[in-house]
Design a protein around this ligand. Structure first.
Ligand SMILES: Cc1cc2nc3c(=O)[nH]c(=O)nc-3n(C[C@H](O)[C@H](O)[C@H](O)COP(=O)(O)OP(=O)(O)OC[C@H]3O[C@@H](n4cnc5c(N)ncnc54)[C@H](O)[C@@H]3O)c2cc1C
Length: 416
């Protein structure tokens, strides 16, 4: 008689596959149940089709600072299975990852399909059974331990000793229903990693321009600095996405309507900008203001900022009235733009919210409320900023859950 622990993994995404492979490699009998027709759907579209699989940051504590929610809880798990282990895991299976200048890591093929093939092949080799079109709609605990899963009419159910919920972001309460049925509370879901709508014609006219900027939402105490992209609907780019992640809850509470303060010259103090404008007046007096930008601003952006500050296109430095000079300083360093809504970022987005972390043991990813139940990936109230951190959380929590579910094999065998 075999005493292999039967593990059911609900969700054939990044976290589910990682956990399933790990558990099966350690001897468990593993079934993945995926509700859609294809597994690893998000991996396929991730990182613009290239899959930003992780981020080149080997220090667990530092890496944890890139998670607006869940970073603290992830420090221990990242020490056990962090970026170095992820790189090695893929390399052992023939997938080399490369690092880009900003630290993001992608498969050298630049194809998310490479990661998918690796995970699907890894699962096949480890003997994992994968069932697609098998959405789990019901879950019950069994009297003697273990779980019974219902997959809807006409679909065979599954019983298992250990259950992993790796169902992804709980964008609505319905998506967290299995966790809730087993006694878990959910932090309410709100989107993270989104771009801002700004209905200001001169911003939209600059679609495609990028600039280093500092962005702030003063009422919420939020501040980020980095590259920003002007788009035909408003603002995007790393600085905006990071602000949206750190402020996911506060910005949702404001219904995505708030004043955004932009400093277009973040490397210069306001005094330095004032002095620079004065210097221009004295040395470039005969030049048209629109043709002589300050700092490293792109001419197109500078021109729009000058006009938005109320100066004429024909104004020369020597003839700029004092009031306009002050308005220009404010426009450059404290430009206030009304945000009127948000759009999803097409390259990466996640849900803030999910299974409450206090109810999960991060040494095993097992529920503290329901023995045998485990969690991994975005179903948890963990989300990172853009740059490979969300997949890293899925690999890390998936590996730990997979390890712990299979370790029970030994316990069960010994007890039998
Ligand atoms: C467009 C886009 C691009 C992204 N790019 C990146 C990137 O480059 N780098 C990065 O780090 N992060 C990226 N992310 C975020 C990343 O994809 C997620 O954080 C990650 O996929 C989470 O993995 P997961 O396994 O927890 O959930 P998911 O990948 O969402 O997988 C969950 C799976 O569970 C299935 N499921 C749900 N409920 C049930 C049920 N009841 N029964 C059976 N199956 C069920 C779903 O169909 C799904 O297949 C991106 C996200 C998006 C949307």
């Amino acid at each position: 008689m075999t005493n292999r622990v039967r593990v059911a993994v609900v969700g054939g995404g990044a976290a589910g596959f990682f956990a399933a492979i790990r558990s099966a490699e350690l001897g468990a009998e593993v079934t993945i149940l995926e509700k859609s027709a294809q597994v690893l759907g998000k991996v396929r579209i991730s990182g613009g089709g290239r899959c930003n699989a992780t981020h080149a940051c080997l220090d667990a504590k530092e890496l944890a600072t890139r998670y607006p929610r869940g970073g603290q809880a992830l420090i221990g798990p990242l020490r056990r299975f962090g970026v170095a282990q992820t790189i090695a895991w893929f390399e052992e299976r023939g997938v080399a990852l490369k690092r880009e200048d900003d630290g993001r890591m992608f498969p050298v093929t630049d194809r998310s399909e490479t990661i998918i093939e690796c995970l699907v092949e890894g699962a096949r080799r480890a003997g994992v059974t994968t069932r697609t079109n098998a959405g789990v709609v019901d879950v019950k605990t069994l009297a003697g331990g273990g779980f019974e899963l219902g997959c809807g009419e006409g679909q065979p159910g599954v019983t298992c000793d250990r259950l992993l919920l790796a169902t992804g972001g709980c964008r609505s309460a319905a998506l967290g229903v299995l966790a809730a049925k087993l006694g878990h509370g959910l932090e309410p879901p709100v989107p993270s990693l989104f771009t801002f709508h700004i209905d200001v014609p001169w911003i939209r006219n600059l679609a495609g321009v990028s600039a280093e900027a500092e962005v702030r939402v003063i009422s919420a105490g939020l501040r980020q600095q980095g590259p920003m992209l002007l788009t035909h609907w408003g603002l995007s780019g790393p600085a905006v996405l990071r602000l949206s992640a750190w402020g996911a809850r506060e910005l949702a509470a404001m219904d995505y309507r708030f004043p955004l303060r932009v400093n277009w010259l973040p490397g210069m103090s306001q005094d330095a900008v004032r002095a620079e404008l004065q210097r221009k007046r004295e040395t470039d007096g005969a030049k048209l203001v629109v043709n002589a930008p300050v700092g490293r601003l792109m001419t197109r952006l500078w021109e729009q900022l000058v006009l938005a500050a109320g100066l004429d296109r024909g104004a020369r430095w020597s003839s700029v009235p004092k009031a306009h000079q002050l308005a220009l300083v404010r426009m450059l360093t404290e430009c206030e733009l009304p945000v009127t809504g948000k759009s999803l970022n097409k390259d990466e987005f996640v849900t803030c919210g999910g299974v409450r972390l206090a109810d999960v043991n991060f040494k095993t990813m097992e529920s503290k409320l329901c023995p045998g139940l485990h969690f991994a990936g975005e179903v948890l109230d963990i989300d990172g900023i853009t740059g490979g951190f969300n997949f890293q959380a899925a690999w890390t929590t998936g590996w730990i859950a997979g390890t712990s579910m299979a370790e029970r094999v030994t316990t069960t065998t010994a007890a039998a």
